[in-house]
Design a protein around this ligand. Structure first.
Ligand SMILES: O=C(O)COP(=O)(O)O
Ligand SMILES: [Mg+2]
Length: 226
């Protein structure tokens, strides 16, 4: 795990925090199914998986607002319309978990880190209720000591609050921690927490290369970290 040591002054980090969607699991096919079913219920045209891939990363509420707006800018969408559509989306998504898949190298990296007694956490903007069951479904149920979802705290990424909270609970400093994510919110949250950030190139970053956000390291697969 040389690349991880290089980011933490020659030592293995004591805590590694992971983003979920686009980092550990490819969840966009299921999210797109749920978005499209919601839109069809509302007598709208479905948008398909490529649009949803660009819109994911700022939590379910913003995803639904982007779907209603048909683009990244959702400022025209009202709160009452959002509340009603979000409730339908969450209900529909609760039954859409057939297509989720684990990215290559994830299981191996988690196994190596936990064997080395590194503490592991998930910090995602996905609503908390979905996270533990999905991790269980893809075979990652036992690895994470802390799970923070998008609605666990008042703030979500890019705010660093969740990262700071996990670091506090783990009793570690920023220099002993690492964050691994796929999108701009992840890089910004890690930077604001003072934590080194590894970004994966295969995830969802609103259609832009993640290197533009200037994480400390970009990898094409978790296997590169082993
Ligand atoms: O729900 C989202 O928008 C994305 O979740 P993530 O923070 O795990 O990428
Ligand atoms: Mg993500």
């Amino acid at each position: 795990m040389k690349p991880l040591r290089a980011l933490c002054a020659g030592e293995l980090p004591r805590l590694v925090m992971f983003d979920l969607d686009g980092t550990l699991v490819d969840s966009v096919p299921d999210l797109a199914t749920a978005v499209d079913r919601m839109l069809v219920e509302l007598d709208r045209e479905p948008v398909g998986v490529e649009c949803v891939r660009q819109w994911v990363g700022n939590g379910a509420r913003v995803l639904v607002r982007r779907a209603l707006a048909g683009g990244m800018d959702h400022s025209s969408i009202g709160e009452a319309e959002t509340d009603a559509a979000l409730a339908r989306f969450l209900d529909i998504y609760a039954d859409c978990h057939d297509l989720i898949s684990l990215y290559p190298g994830v299981h191996e990296l988690l196994e190596a880190l936990s064997t080395a007694a590194v503490e592991l956490a998930v910090v995602t903007n996905k609503p908390e209720r979905f996270v533990a069951p999905l991790l269980e479904q893809v075979g990652l149920g036992g690895y994470f000591r802390w799970i923070i979802g998008g609605d666990t705290l008042p703030q979500q990424k890019p705010d660093p609050a969740a990262l700071l909270q996990v670091m506090r609970l783990a009793g570690v400093t920023a220099a002993q921690s690492l964050f691994i994510g796929d999108s701009r919110s992840d890089v910004l949250a890690a930077r604001a927490a003072g934590v080194p950030c590894v970004a994966v190139s295969y995830g969802y970053n609103h259609g832009r290369p993640i290197a533009e956000e200037e994480p400390q390291l970009v990898v094409d697969s978790m296997a590169e970290l082993l």
